[in-house]
Design a protein around this ligand. Sequence first.
Ligand SMILES: [Fe+2]
Ligand SMILES: [Fe+2]
Length: 332
Amino acid sequence: MIAPRVLGCCASMRLSLASGVRTGIPAFHPARLVTVSAGGTTPPAPATASQDEKATRWIRTKDEALDLNHLITQPVWTKEERASVHRTHIVPQSVVDRAAYCSVQGLRFGFDFFSLYLFKSRGLFGQMRERDWLRRITFLETVAGVPGMVGGMVRHLHSLRLMRRDRGWIHSLLAEAENERMHLLIALNLRKPGPLFRAAVIVAQAIFTPMFGIAYLLCPRYCHRLVGYLEEEAVKTYSSLLDDIDSGKLPLFAGRRAPGFARTYYNLPESAMLRDVFECIRADESHHRDANHHFSDLGSEESNEFVEHLRHPRTWENLDRSRQSPETTKKS
Ligand SMILES: [Fe+2]
Ligand SMILES: [Fe+2]
């Protein structure tokens, strides 16, 4: 058993603030935009049409409904569970572990450098503002949804081809892929990507998917350790985001209610804030981290034991849906 190590981190500052929200409708409206200085709040200047357009570009104006019946599983976290997530690190022990760790550190450095996070998170070339965070999260979630789907597909085909059992990995991997895609869809409730951003996502997927697929065929142990380390970074990223919200650096996030889409997915109350959603996402990432480190430790024929988070009994007790009841499901 490998012992986890707790790590630490920090971030930056910003100037704009929007506040005031209505249930189920995104909180932000340009008319509510005010400028905040170190000394206090000044009244907003009358907004022009182009200012309005610019300000609303990254915040969508309506929630989209979510049908839970289409999901493989649904994560539900208590406040305590969300708050108890920590940044952990598995110390690399084998050559494969070290290769995975170096790969992730290289990827992270490259992405942080070119996305300017490396500088902005240290207060250079501006600050990490809400739109920067959303851009970062959206891009990373488009990549994060790939490994689970590729791993699940490879193991599925393996099971068919070799005519042997999978022992509980496929469901877990597909659920992870779906969960990452839900993170992306939540981010898309908040920011509308432009054509350049979409092009970058297409290029990243075209490169990463075949590379990860080949790597998974050759050495699944490396791939799961790699994802475990990527998820360690994801937990750090979301922890930094929460730290920035708590320290007042991201007032647009701090004052915004959770989108209805995210509230439905995480079974959050109507009063939930966007911060609660980010906490739920961080809890998901911590379970991807632990699940993938677990997969890397297992032999490919061993049973997946890390499944408790995938179908939490409380989720099914608390939700009022037909699929909760086998009788009702049979009737329909
Ligand atoms: Fe994610
Ligand atoms: Fe993740």
